[in-house]
Design a protein around this ligand. Sequence first.
Ligand code: SF4
Length: 122
Amino acid sequence: MSEVYEFLCIRCPKGCRLRVVVDGDDIAVTGYECLEGKKYGEEEVRNPKRMVTSTVRILGAKYPRLPVRTAEPVPKDRILDVIAALRGVVVRAPVRRGQVIVENVAGTGVDVIAERDMEAVG
Ligand code: SF4
């Protein structure tokens, strides 16, 4: 017996409505307008992933928190581990956008990077 899922593709602002039919090992995706959408539909049923955004403490900058994000999406069931791993992280200004803040966060194989520049003050 097959299972049917419906998702909005979030890979671009167009937001195509995907229909994914899973029948054993077979996955059939329809509704996409490009191959990114087909890939997204397959991943959503096999191994759903999300980008994680958060902040970490920063010392010596104008603001007390630095916005950060994962460099790539991480498996959905590891999101809370990623957030927990960022809790005690403290960095010192200056920081450059894209700078690695935590390597291999929570053992996911994905780095956490700075979302913006933050200059040192004072
Ligand atoms: S299927 Fe392609 S065009 Fe449609 S939302 Fe996804 S990425 Fe955009």
